[in-house]
Design a protein around this ligand. Sequence first.
Ligand code: SF4
Length: 226
Amino acid sequence: MPMLKIPGHERQRAREVSLDEIRAVLGDCRLCGLCETRTNIVFGVGSPNARVVLVGEAPGANEDAQGEPFVGQAGHLLDRMLSEQTRIERSEVYIANVLKCRPPGNRAPAPDEVMACSPFLREQIRSIWPDFIMTMGNPATHFILQTEVGITRLRGKVHRAGHFAVLPTFHPAAVLRDFGKLPDLEHDFYLLGQLLRGEVDPDDPTAGSAESMPGFRPSAPGEVLR
Ligand code: SF4
């Protein structure tokens, strides 16, 4: 991945560059063709000191219109998972996407778009330097873990990417299309809460097993999302 040079910084060590400086470099970015169809660049939102960064795929229609990630129905479900399962608020995490501009019709990100845009996400993560990264959906998971393995096989367990403990899960929008995935989404956000509270060791291979989360109560099968 190409390095993103931030003016005024020689080494760009972890936590050395601020999110505002990265946003200033992004400017009115025209590095890929998505600049032609976007309404707003959706940079990211949340705490610069967050212990967890949540990474999605790309802005949808609501996000493109408002300039903020996860503000539509998927965002509502994400907020609910954070408060009910993880027991933290949206303001305590940082949320960003692999792509900062909406692909037309919400199509999947193209490889050249990921190549062009991902250095900004990389610097955002290095700026915050969280303990945990939760990837939501295949594109975010594939980018962070550098794998082509599908999300269904990767989710529910903790993976390592250097300093970061990575917890892949479904994209909330995928759960809205298939409510059968809701208990798995709840499981993964519950596990995130356990990790943040230090109740389980991220390097313990049993983290995420039924034995390691005796207090977890998923929604009943078929329960309709509120
Ligand atoms: S998607 Fe990323 S690289 Fe492409 S124009 Fe938007 S901000 Fe720039």
